[in-house]
Each structure stands twice: as C-alpha cells, then as structure tokens.
Write a protein that binds this ligand. Structure first.
Ligand code: SF4
Length: 271
C-alpha cells in the first residue's frame, strides 16, 4: 500500500448515504441470535493469514511488568476498559509489583490507587485476597495451571486464559464481549455463551494461529467490528464475514490490512 494515511470514510460514496446505510438506533444492540452461515476451513485460514499479515505479533493493551502485575491488571479490567485500568495501575505497581508488597500495602491503600476503576471496593478485596493466596500457596509466584489460577479470588476462566496466554505463551483464547459478538455476528464460531464460543474457536482455528488469535479478535472487535456500526468498509475479513447486514469494502485489501495494522498498533482509532 503506497499511502501512509488512514483510509477515511468517504463522504462522496453513495454507499455512505443515510438511505444506503441505515443508522443504528440509540440503544440498539447487534442481533447475534440471527443464524449465519459458517465459515469454511479455507476462509478461516485466509482470515487469520490476513490478521497475521497486518500484525504478526499483536500484544494485549493492559500495562504490566511481570506475570503478577498482569494478573492484577486483568482482575481490575473486569467490566472496565483497559485504558481506564492503565491510568490507575502505574502508581499501584510502583508501590507494589509482587504479592508480598501488595499484602503489605493493604486493602485501604489498594482501594485508593484504583478508585477510578468500576467496582473498585470489591476488586481491592480480591487483589489482596489473591495476593495472600499466592504468597501462602504458591511461593509468591503466579501458577501456570488453569485450575490453580481459577481457584484464586476474583479469577475466572477468562482471566486465567489471558494470563496463560500472555504470561506463559499458552495458545488459550479468552472470550470477552468483543470476541463473543464477532464470532456470533460473522459466523466464525457461533455459541450461546463465552464457553461455547471458546470451544468452537479451539476447534476451528488452525494451530499456527492460536497463540495470537485472542489478540487479533479482540482488537478487531474493539476497533473495527464494533458493536453498533462496524467499519465494514475497512474490514480486512469482509469477504469471509457472513453477517447479513455487513456493507461492502470501500478500500483495497492491502489498504484494509494497513488500516488494521495501524489500529492494532494503537496508531489509529476508528471507534
Ligand atoms: S464485514 Fe463488518 S460485520 Fe463483518 S467482520 Fe467486518 S466489520 Fe464486522
């Protein structure tokens, strides 16, 4: 792709007129119960080949300095944005970057550090409780087993999957609200709950793409295939997507791959 600028929505194209592209109603939610066609194995491989081309080594957006601070950041991110968590955690991790230091810091001080994050009272309790368990049962280390992670206070399957993937390089897929939406909307991996979608993704994603699939799909859902008005015009997997309401791509594949690359590197935001 020759140009460096981010493709913008065209103001001249007929496809962008209100008549051609109905506006989402305020409060409208995407209908993910509509049955959509499933992708073929060739389509799935091609989609992940494109994600890989756009960003060969995607990274999560939660700031952390070691497996322990990653675990804390993921616990804090429940029902909160990564950006919001990233505003609060540098000061918290400067004060305590190990479970021992966090326990010594105490719940009241943890609460003060994270009070800009939703549900901070409960999360402060969980951070102290899980830190104490790490010290008492795991020698102050974050365990590498799903079972041990899920036994920690405030840690569920999704959090365990994120930690196993990012901290330990396991090919796990944490299904968050974005992945759940796009897997159902596009037909990639339909399921009635996050666990079903995770199991489906496990089945259909080629092994060579599994390690990064979680990041690619989250970033795609967060910035391109957004809930209310997805940016189908610049979507790099538009050709494979089976959503009946999708609009056609307005940019070449190379331009769309470039746009996704910049989005995944946080150089462009469309939402
Ligand atoms: S074409 Fe539109 S609905 Fe389909 S994956 Fe891309 S952004 Fe999402």
């Amino acid at each position: 792709m020759g140009r460096k600028t981010t493709p913008r929505r065209s103001t001249k194209s007929k496809r962008k007129t209100p008549a051609a592209r109905p506006k989402a109603k305020a409060g409208a939610r995407p209908n993910i119960s509509v049955k959509v066609k499933r992708w073929t194995p060739a389509e799935i491989t091609e989609a992940f080949r494109r994600f890989h081309k756009a960003h060969p080594t995607p990274r999560g957006e939660l700031e952390h300095i070691n497996p322990y601070t990653l675990l804390v950041a993921v616990v804090l991110s429940a029902q909160a944005t990564d950006a919001g968590v990233n505003k609060a955690t540098p000061a918290l991790f400067a004060a305590a970057d190990t479970p021992e230091k966090m326990v010594a810091l105490g719940e009241d001080k943890v609460r003060d550090f994270i009070k800009t994050i939703g549900l901070y009272r409960n999360k402060a309790k969980n951070v102290i409780a899980l830190s104490r368990e790490l010290v008492e049962k795991h020698g102050g280390e974050v365990p590498r087993s799903r079972e041990a992670l899920e036994a920690l206070p405030g840690v569920g399957r999704k959090t365990a999957n994120v930690v196993l993937n990012i901290a330990f390089g396991e090919p796990t897929i944490a299904v968050d609200t974005h992945i759940f939406r796009i897997c159902n909307r596009t037909g990639l991996a339909p399921g009635k709950d996050p666990y079903e979608v995770e199991q489906e993704l496990e089945k259909v994603i080629p092994p060579e793409f599994k390690l990064h699939a979680h990041h690619w799909l989250i970033l795609h859902g967060r910035y391109i295939c957004v809930a209310r008005k997805p940016f189908c015009d610049r979507c790099l997997i538009n050709e494979m997507c089976k959503w009946p309401e999708k609009t056609r791509p307005e940019f070449s594949l190379e331009e769309r791959i470039g746009a996704s690359a910049r989005t995944m590197k946080n150089e462009a935001k469309f939402a």
